[in-house]
Design a binder for this molecule. Structure first.
Ligand code: SF4
Ligand code: SF4
Ligand code: SF4
Length: 279
């Protein structure tokens, strides 16, 4: 990332456009505050990263992640988990979780890929504190590809859970959603830590279990922002592949490159390249 890239400003204006549009369309000042806050955090984080400041990505992970989990989730009672998305979708309400999913996980990835996973997710915010930041072994063979199908099981379970609540005419759905947010997060953290320890890989939960990747992966295939390699400069030393936490083959220019839809834009590969061949 170049030091004087306009990316932080672009990010800020994209989020500000969403903030003002939703504020006026929904006549609700909350949207102005919410998207402006997130846009500022991300712009500051990217700007810090461009200036090679330590903790740049951690800054937005903590400020955005904690804001969403503690303030929006626990204090305001908005279920931003995937079951919250299904719940608001079934009730036909374009609020909270549905807007969040549209912006960060369905439309947004067309622009910034899996940026959500690298800079804002409150599950990864905790998992990234674990000691297995760069998984050991050959990046081409270390992953258990078959386990990745479990994400579809989790996705289906979340859908069936909410569907059953509606079909059974369960009472006090708001309350159930609040408790499912609490229980869901505890479960995700427990599974995330267990898998990280088992595979010695902080991001094992993201690779095998996270149901949100069912949205994120196909949308980020078309991402405008992506790491590319200048073959003229590359000396094939392999350092970039070794440090990538998601086993992306960033040397392959094609969109269909191995694990290309898993890039979280962490920029570890760019930092590791001795020839500045990645951008
Ligand atoms: S894959 Fe899931 S758990 Fe991992 S960072 Fe992305 S949204 Fe969060
Ligand atoms: S190391 Fe590079 S290719 Fe791998 S996830 Fe980070 S930015 Fe993407
Ligand atoms: S680290 Fe740089 S020079 Fe080495 S293989 Fe990757 S892109 Fe090429």
């Amino acid at each position: 990332m170049k030091k004087h890239s306009p990316l932080p400003l672009i990010l800020f204006f994209v989020f500000e456009t969403v903030a003002v549009t939703l504020w006026l369309a929904k006549d609700n000042l909350f949207y102005l505050f919410n998207f402006s806050y997130i846009g500022i955090c991300l712009a500051v984080s990217v700007s810090m990263m461009m200036r090679k400041k330590p903790g740049a990505r951690r800054f937005s992970q903590l400020f955005v992640g904690l804001y969403m989990l503690v303030y929006l989730g626990i204090l305001r009672g908005e279920n931003m988990q995937i079951e919250g998305f299904w719940y608001y979708l079934f009730t036909g309400v374009f609020e909270a979780a549905t807007i969040h999913y549209a912006a960060a996980k369905i439309i947004g990835p067309l622009l910034f890929g899996r940026g959500w996973c690298g800079y804002a997710c409150w599950t990864a915010m905790v998992l990234d504190f674990l000691p297995w930041k760069q998984p050991e072994g050959d990046p081409d063979i270390r992953r258990n590809e078959k386990l990745g199908y479990l994400r579809y099981v989790m996705f289906a379970l979340s859908f069936v859970f909410v569907l059953a609540l509606f079909l059974l005419h369960a009472g006090n759905l708001e309350r159930i959603m609040f408790y499912s947010l609490l229980f869901g997060n505890v479960l995700y953290y427990a599974l995330g830590i267990f898998l990280a320890r088992r595979f010695r890989d902080n991001r094992a939960f993201c690779k095998y279990l996270c149901p949100i990747t069912v949205f994120l992966k196909p949308m980020s295939y078309f991402s405008l922002l992506r790491v590319t390699c200048d073959k003229e400069k590359c000396i094939s030393c392999g350092k970039c592949r070794r440090v990538c936490p998601m086993e992306v083959d960033m040397l392959d220019p094609k969109r269909s490159r191995k694990h290309g839809t898993e890039c979280i834009l962490c920029m570890e590969c760019v930092k590791a390249c001795p020839k500045k061949a990645l951008r």
